[in-house]
Design a protein around this ligand. Structure first.
Ligand code: FAD
Ligand code: DLZ
Ligand code: SF4
Length: 509
């Protein structure tokens, strides 16, 4: 038998556009895919994430077989613990001369793979991941020499480069950014359509049973498993979103709802991140809806900015600053995560709701991640490493290239301002304005101190007070810091005492 090239396809690389597959043919290439314990447990991954990946991997392996490929597929039950072990076993069974794979989205894995050539005794080659709209070097070129990196300017370049929402050389609608129109709070203004629930086939049912058996202590209520596991099904969800939800996306993008975990969000990050959907096709489909008069420019621009702007930008930041980025902890935040991060059992209704849904469904929308859970972690000073690991484990769409800049940078300000121009710290007033959690809460968002005062309020001022040296270097914090400093000492002390008490009793909040 002629020597073969083994193509290792990772769980988040399930697309024919995988660069390692681009020039492959069934005669000379053998596919390797493996469900391995090491990848599922390096953080405590949500069972939704594991089940989505394993089912999508099995479906993609079938598609490859239908196209004539031999697939060396290791299921969870085969007890292969690591990706390198799967490669070694395949090399023992087949005449493999080289292993080829698309570069992983996490630095730790690239580092590990650098040692594989020696340990396997064959050439291991990484192909650049071409599934993004800005390559790592595009971003580096854009970033080099700039004093400060800001998403907005990167995004405008991307709009022009891909001709998305452009009328000739001008932005459609006359403005680059319609964010100011997208800040409406949730007061049950419109009906939220019931979401599509993709059918579970036999493969998915089987995977769910295996995951339940193998990961009994991981979070995730798989009775509610609702994710597409094929490109075909993900495309149906995208279409349904464009027809039923997109029209309200912009308006309620920053809303918080007691009743709906999804509100008017896309629910597509989990598909984009594993290859079932492509970023450009999503942007083009949404632009099409706007051009056909099916949604406003504010809705289309707001949505496209997230994908063409934020998604590409955070990936750029990750690779531009790793590995040093992961070690950052500018505000020295070291407080242990309260145990209720793993149960949702807290009296703070907004947090309880966001955490429960994150654990149960593996999903929370952006404002829950940033302004409810992230904001609390920031103002309480929770340990940066532990918070990042929590986010990486809990969400169905979490991979380090996207999770880390968002959590460590945007939410926790631990990168000292690379991702965000000022900390996303807010009091209970913001949460009250954006949604309907407060009315059923044990705490009162209007009270800063005293019985039943909302913990976000005093913790917010405690944050401002304890970081005033760092924050005073930030022009955008001047007004808030000035206001705090002008307060009389007695009031300051009362607020700080209340916050200190809450921090002391954080487990019981
Ligand atoms: P929608 O609100 O419908 O947005 C559409 C798409 O835009 C998303 O699917 C996503 O691909 C993209 N997008 C929006 N905001 C961002 C952003 N800030 N960064 C990157 N892409 C963005 N997103 C992940 O994909 N994986 C993560 O692990 C992740 N962790 C996050 C952690 C924190 C602390 C925060 C604040 C945000 C995080 N995000 C992450 C970004 C964002 O919250 C999710 O992409 C979004 O909630 C996914 O739901 P959706 O598909 O319904 O998004
Ligand atoms: C996240 C994940 C999990 C839970 N399991 C596997 C797996 O068993 N096999 C696999 O190939 N990939 C898995 N993944 C995705 C990888 O962790 C991902 O490719 C890297 O984190 C790089 O983004
Ligand atoms: Fe959250 Fe405070 Fe409102 Fe309660 S009162 S829901 S803790 S913001």
């Amino acid at each position: 038998m002629a020597l073969l090239t083994g193509i290792l396809i990772l769980g988040d690389q399930l697309t024919w556009n995988n660069p390692a597959l681009k020039s492959a043919d069934p005669e000379n290439h053998l596919i390797i895919m493996a469900e391995v314990n090491e990848e599922a447990t390096y953080v405590r991954h949500n069972r939704h994430k594991i089940a989505l990946l394993f089912s999508a991997m099995r479906h993609f392996a079938d598609e490859l077989r239908q196209n004539g490929y031999r697939v060396s597929y290791y299921k969870l039950g085969d007890s292969i613990t690591s990706l390198v072990e799967a490669c070694r076993l395949t090399c023992e069974r087949w005449p493999i001369k080289q292993i080829l794979l698309c570069e992983p989205g996490e630095y730790r894995l690239i580092k590990e793979i650098a040692g594989w050539s020696d340990s396997l005794g064959i050439d291991v080659k990484l192909e650049e991941d071409t599934r993004f709209l800005a390559s790592r070097s595009d971003f580096a070129k854009w970033a080099q020499g700039r004093k400060q990196l800001r998403m907005e300017y990167f995004y405008r370049e991307m709009r022009k480069r891909y001709g998305i929402l452009m009328d000739s050389d001008q932005p459609a609608g006359g403005k680059w950014n319609f964010d100011a129109e997208n800040r409406v709070g949730w007061r049950n203004q419109v009906e939220i359509p019931e979401r599509l629930m993709p059918k579970k086939d036999e493969i998915t049912e089987q995977v769910i049973n295996e995951v339940l058996e193998s990961f009994p202590t991981h979070p995730g209520d798989l009775c509610g498993f609702r994710w597409s596991v094929t490109r075909e099904s993900a495309l149906i969800e995208l279409e349904w979103f464009c027809e039923n939800i997109l029209v309200n996306f912009g308006t309620y993008q920053d809303s918080l709802s007691e009743d709906s975990p999804w509100l008017f969000h896309g629910l597509i990050s989990m598909y984009l991140n594993i290859g079932l959907l492509e970023p450009l096709e999503v942007c083009q489909r949404v632009e099409g809806a706007f051009r056909m008069g099916e949604c406003s420019i504010a809705a289309a621009e707001g949505f496209i900015r997230q994908i063409l702007g934020w998604r590409e930008y955070v990936r750029g930041i990750y690779w531009y600053h790793m590995p040093e980025y992961k070690l950052r902890n500018t505000l020295d935040a070291n407080l242990s995560l309260p145990t209720w991060f793993w149960t949702g059992e807290t009296n703070m209704r907004c947090l309880s709701s966001a955490i429960r849904q994150s654990l149960d469904h593996g999903y929370a929308h952006h404002i829950q991640r940033l302004m409810v859970i992230g904001n609390f972690s920031l103002i309480a000073g929770l340990d940066v490493r532990a918070v990042c690991d929590w986010y990486l484990g809990v969400y169905v769409d979490a991979y380090e290239w996207v999770e880390l800049p968002n959590t460590l940078g945007m939410a926790l300000f631990a990168d000292g301002g690379i991702m965000a121009s000022k900390p996303y710290a807010a009091s209970g007033k913001y949460i009250q304005k954006q949604g309907d959690h407060c009315k059923g809460c044990k705490y009162d968002p209007k009270r800063v101190i005293g019985e039943g005062a909302c913990p976000y309020n005093s913790l917010y001022w405690h944050f401002i007070d304890r970081h005033q040296d760092t924050l005073s270097q930030n022009a955008r914090m001047g007004l808030i810091l000035g206001g705090w400093k002008k307060r009389d000492q007695e009031n300051q002390e009362a607020v700080l005492r209340c916050a200190a008490q809450y921090l002391e009793e954080i487990e019981n909040l």
